[in-house]
Design a protein around this ligand. Sequence first.
Ligand code: HEM
Length: 142
Amino acid sequence: MKTLLIAVISALLVACANATKTTQDDSLYRALGELEGIESITHRFINEIGFNREIITHFSDTDLGRFKEKFIEQICFESGGPCEYTGDSMQQVHRGMDITEGEFNATVNALTAAMDTEGVDKRTQNRLLKKLAPMRGDIIYQ
Ligand code: HEM
């Protein structure tokens, strides 16, 4: 009986440890307002891009419906949400655009402005920007 009890408790402990290991941190996703929040931010972001002549020229031949869909997927995925990113790699997408550092910064500012308008707090904004920052090298001067 004692052996059985020990075996059951051990099995439960292993199961708990595995559950903790595989649970992903979706706190950023939730702070962004989940899918609905990310959709609103992306909508505003695209509006902001439209106001910036420097950035918008890059989008003259772009299917904005696809861009919106893939951007939402990416933000959802990067923030720990239940999405898969099905778009192309950042290097593939931005290759040949010769995006400058200034244009990259202007795009980040457009995203920040979109998040401000949607009432996303600065800490959450910075957490998201930290996730996107490593992509910079795959986006500029390609
Ligand atoms: C961290 C910054 C950025 C992220 C996370 C990002 C993300 C994305 C994503 C997810 C797509 C869609 C991919 C697909 O269709 O498979 C995309 C496309 C695009 N991005 Fe970016 N991007 C960033 C910065 C920029 C900048 C700085 C510019 C230009 C100033 C830019 C211009 C474009 C354009 C023009 C497209 C559409 C390409 C096409 O028409 O096929 N992106 N980006």
